[in-house]
Design a protein around this ligand. Structure first.
Ligand SMILES: Cc1cc2nc3c(=O)[nH]c(=O)nc-3n(C[C@H](O)[C@H](O)[C@H](O)COP(=O)(O)O)c2cc1C
Length: 187
């Protein structure tokens, strides 16, 4: 047990949790529910390496700097997207309209690419400034070049500088958030 005030590491269990399996299992469940309660947006992340492209549903996203303009995305190491972002060094964040929430279920597995038809899983796209795919029906896109990759264990936090962005739908379009779905991720 560590003393309060930062004289040593505490985690992962605080002192108030008894050191037995039941108490720890209860706390594990509680911690998951608390982490699930954190508010998030919900996005589609475009990635590209060479001829390979993907779109992936993601909620671990935030801006992390004003100057330069940096966006951080947390990507699971086992995901195809991870390989493409790590190798390609770019990603494109797409926001989607709130009323378009069904789209989120279409991008939880690697996409089927139809280059001749210009679609990913049947959804029309075009390549952004970085070459990463922009969803044609996105509300807005934020195209980024990776500046740092931080190893976070099961995920990598890719930090990208915004090199292009625009609205594709009217600026006042309400965009999708995690609370618009019954899904959870994290915890
Ligand atoms: C609501 C929701 C949110 C998600 N958020 C993330 C996320 O923040 N980071 C992540 O790596 N995967 C997230 N996923 C999982 C990915 O969408 C996807 O299932 C998995 O990582 C495989 O991606 P791939 O197509 O790149 O292989 C989320 C899935 C859902 C349904």
């Amino acid at each position: 047990m560590a003393a309060p005030g930062g004289s040593g590491p505490i985690g992962p269990y605080p002192a108030r949790v008894a050191a037995d399996d039941d108490a720890r299992a209860d706390y594990d469940k509680l911690r998951r529910r608390v982490l699930w309660s954190l508010p998030y947006g919900l996005y589609v992340l475009g990635s590209r390496h060479g001829d390979r492209r993907n779109l992936m549903t993601i909620n671990w996203v935030t801006q992390v700097s004003f100057d330069p303009k940096l966006i951080a995305v947390g990507v699971e190491k086992t995901a195809v997207t991870h390989e493409l972002v790590a190798e390609g060094g770019v990603f494109c964040l797409n926001t989607v309209a709130r009323e378009d929430r069904a789209i989120i279920r279409k991008f939880t597995k690697p996409v089927e690419v139809d280059l001749a038809g210009g679609t990913l899983n049947g959804f029309p796209f075009h390549d952004g400034a970085t070459g990463a795919p922009v969803l044609d029906r996105a509300a807005a896109f934020v195209d980024c070049e990776v500046r740092q990759a931080v190893d976070c264990g099961g995920h990598t936090l890719f930090i990208g500088e915004v090199v292009d962005c625009d609205f594709l739908l009217p600026e006042d379009t309400e965009v999708l958030r995690m609370e618009d779905t019954r899904m959870s991720y994290g915890g």
